[in-house]
Design a protein around this ligand. Sequence first.
Ligand code: THU
Length: 161
Amino acid sequence: MKRENIAFELMVYDGFEELSENDQTLMEAAVAARKNAYAPYSKFQVGAALLLENGMVVTGNNQENACYPAGLCAERVAIFHAGATYPGVAIKALAISATSMNQPVSKPAAPCGNCRQSISEYEIKQQEPIRIMMMGETGTVLQCHSISDLLPLAFNNSFLS
Ligand code: THU
């Protein structure tokens, strides 16, 4: 038996203002998208904005359902939107912002497990990492280089051929 450590680099920004101008613009798109979230049950509103290699920005927000599991997170709405509208165009970065009608959200919301798996599918497909930035409404912004940082040892298509 040998032991292996899996580590990744997480960049911690004190706040939105510390991001580059381009990243602020992408995060602003996530914040704007968040406002159209349909979240009458959780009251937790999430916006996601993807920057594509052609410069387009594709957004999504969480869409809930009275039958709870039928709803979808912001990240998957955005990434499926990009896959459906711009197939073959690589995704460079993803910005996520969350807020709540119940309480202020001052810490970043990281994508759920299902979203990590979905984002991973597109990263593998394009063979290029997707940089991910996460923010609440205010406070720290976290960034990682790739979804593989958030989903190590991911299940992938290599098992299916
Ligand atoms: N949600 C997202 O949209 N993204 C996340 O990263 C975490 C959770 C949504 C799903 C649901 O509509 C609400 O937030 C509460 O879980």
